[in-house]
Design a protein around this ligand. Structure first.
Ligand SMILES: Nc1ncnc2c1ncn2[C@@H]1O[C@H](COP(=O)(O)OP(=O)(O)OP(=O)(O)O)[C@@H](O)[C@H]1O
Length: 279
């Protein structure tokens, strides 16, 4: 049986002064242990959904549940939720608050009033795991955008959340930084963390995710395994979402060649090229 870490049940939210709701009855369940991609056009409500996931926003109608239990407004429970659900914002400037990298990583742990030695040890281990020990005393404003993104991710992971929410983490990263970032995500996922990533990069989503959500106008319109979701060309075309390039290439290959390529759908054009070369 699939267990869900986080669930949204008919959640509604309209920003003060806005004419349209940002969330308009979204119902969505995040399966435990998955790598989920959250897709949808600009303004469909992805970031607003994330802000409800760790209690920053409260639904105006409907419920958000953590492991089947509705999130309450009680301070202690909200604090526990913030610890379980790590949110990495789209813009690292919104997230990084302390002067140096090590201070930034310590910030959330200090708020938990952990003993100083424990904080130091967690920060040391996280810096090491992220390959950034030499940045410990670097002023945050000396870092590049890609480096700030990694520090923001490390600052969330130091809290050891069970669920990691990433808001468009690969935008503005160069291919090398994206690869390094994905390797970090692999390590985090392999250690047991469920991940949900909002992204506009459908090629990346198809290559990386093992579960996909598609939102539109504040609601969920599709959810499931990537192959199944991306097979719904009619719905995706209505949302002006182009299928991943590798699927278009795959469809152009004659059936008798596909049979020889075998082993299900390739995830990237590189993987397809590799299989074609081995014919
Ligand atoms: N602070 C705000 N005040 C008023 N309206 C807002 C505010 N933030 C977002 N909205 C509106 O809420 C809706 C959902 O926005 P949201 O940022 O959640 O979408 P998104 O899917 O994350 O978009 P993007 O892909 O561009 O990041 C949009 O119509 C947006 O204009």
């Amino acid at each position: 049986m699939t267990t869900h870490v986080l669930e949204f049940a008919d959640v509604h939210y309209t920003y003060p002064g806005a004419r349209q709701p940002a969330l308009n009855g979204v119902t969505l369940a995040v399966p435990a242990g998955r790598r989920c991609a959250l897709l949808g056009r600009n303004g469909c409500g992805k970031s607003t959904l994330f802000l409800h996931a760790n209690g920053i926003f409260r639904p105006q109608k409907g419920q958000v549940l953590w492991k089947g239990v509705p999130i309450s407004a009680r301070r202690a429970e909200l604090q526990a939720l913030k610890r379980n659900v790590g949110l990495v914002f789209q813009d690292p400037e919104q997230q990084l608050i302390a002067a140096t990298v090590a201070e930034d990583l310590s910030y959330g742990l200090c708020n938990l009033h952990l003993p100083e030695e424990e904080i130091k040890e967690k920060v040391r281990r996280t810096l090491e795991a992220f390959g950034m020990s030499e940045w410990a005393d670097t002023p945050v404003h000396h870092l590049s955008l890609g480096q700030k993104r990694r520090v923001a991710l490390a600052g969330v992971m130091v809290m050891e959340p069970e669920l990691l929410l990433l808001d468009e983490p690969t935008s503005y990263l160069d291919p090398w930084q994206t690869e390094a970032f994905v390797r970090e995500l692999e390590r985090i996922h392999a250690a047991g963390t469920t991940i949900v990533m909002a992204t506009h990069d459908l090629d990346f989503a198809f290559a990386w995710a093992d579960w996909v959500f598609v939102m539109d106008a504040g609601r969920l319109v599709l959810a499931g395994e990537p192959e199944r979701v991306f097979a719904r060309r009619d719905i995706l075309a209505d949302l002006r979402m182009k299928p991943p390039a590798v699927l278009e290439l795959w469809e152009a290959i004659p059936g008798h060649v596909k049979e020889r390529l075998g082993r299900g759908l390739p995830r990237t054009p590189g993987e397809l090229a590799e299989r074609l070369r081995s014919l």
